[in-house]
Design a protein around this ligand. Structure first.
Ligand code: TMO
Length: 315
């Protein structure tokens, strides 16, 4: 009987340890460090990816990080990965770290991106700026005057996102296009301030132009991006150009520290396969910005609702 019990115990031991080996495939038990930034989809996706790693036996740690400096942090190994590298906002910081070494391009999401100034459709429907979305409509003083606010000095106001996203890109563009006499650019302190501005403007019946992006929760809500002169490589002042261009039809990339595939091979392999679509990412943002869930609860719900999507990444 004792012999039989030993054999059973051994079988149980091997089956369960074999299970662990399969799920984490030799990954270090050191936590995978995932950065969080200041827009909803990024924070929800951080917890979605962390949840996938945890489901496969890894440990995870979330660290709030600056969305430009994070690429240097990944390069030197303080952070393991970035899961939302938006081309327009962060392409330059990403490429700089890539060129220095220590950071690896881990592929693109299915979703393409646009990050630019735009307006809710009711602005056009009310006739507040005839000619939009063509940017030349902004040259009309009768348009600009419908976008004034108490802090805009009589000019039309555009509300840019937090300055950490693009620095002076939009004020430079406004001046480069000869719009500086009619328009002024203010910076929102947070993404939430952008959504609050949409509500306030609609209530007050005044025009509003804000910075926004896609994929986002506004994708289904009637928001139009302004057609600026097309982007071309080198057109921005930071790249030596004259600044008379809109934002690119951009990638949404992933990046990892160069050692991550060695310390956490299973997680790195799964992360390489991870690819989210426009509707996946829009839904992650909507759970927070429309449904008012916490980022953590939104991630749990997204994982529960999309098992077949994410389980394919770990096979
Ligand atoms: C980086 N962002 C999505 C806010 O444009």
């Amino acid at each position: 009987i004792i012999g039989v019990l030993i054999v059973i115990a051994a079988i149980i031991y091997f089956v369960s340890s074999g299970d662990k080996k399969i799920s984490s495939a030799g990954d270090s038990s050191a936590p995978i460090v995932i950065p969080t930034h200041n827009w909803s989809s990024q924070i929800v996706m951080a917890h979605v990816i962390g949840g996938i790693f945890e489901a496969n036996g890894n440990n995870v740690k979330y660290v709030p990080a600056d969305s430009q400096a994070v690429y240097e942090s990944i390069r030197i190994g303080d952070v393991h990965l970035s899961h939302e590298v938006w081309e327009s906002a962060f392409g330059k910081s990403f490429t700089t770290a890539l060129d220095k070494g220590g950071l690896v391009d881990w592929g693109d999401h299915e979703a393409r991106t646009l990050e630019d100034m735009g307006y809710p459709n009711w602005v056009a429907e009310k006739g507040l700026c005839p000619g939009l979305p063509d940017w030349t409509a902004l040259k009309n003083p009768a348009c600009a005057k419908n976008f004034t606010t108490p802090d805009s000095g009589g000019k039309g106001r555009m509300l840019e996102g937090p300055q950490s996203w693009h620095g002076d890109l939009i004020p430079q563009r406004v001046d480069a296009l000869g719009l500086g006499d009619l328009w002024t650019v203010k910076f929102a302190g947070s993404a939430d301030a952008l959504w609050a501005e949409l509500k306030a403007a609609e209530k007050e019946g005044r025009g509003t132009i804000i910075f926004n992006w896609t994929p986002n929760f506004t994708d289904g809500a009637g928001f139009t991006f302004i057609d600026f002169p097309p982007y071309s490589a080198g057109c921005r002042p930071e790249d030596g150009g004259d600044g008379k261009c809109g934002s690119p039809d951009g990638y949404l990339k992933k990046a990892v520290n160069a050692d991550f595939p060695k310390t956490h091979p299973a997680a790195a392999g799964a992360f390489k396969k991870m690819s989210f679509s426009t509707s996946h990412i829009g839904a992650m943002a909507a759970l927070v910005d429309l449904d008012k869930m916490t980022h953590e609860d939104a991630a749990k719900k997204w994982l529960a609702d999309n098992k077949s999507v994410w389980q394919a990444f770990t096979k």
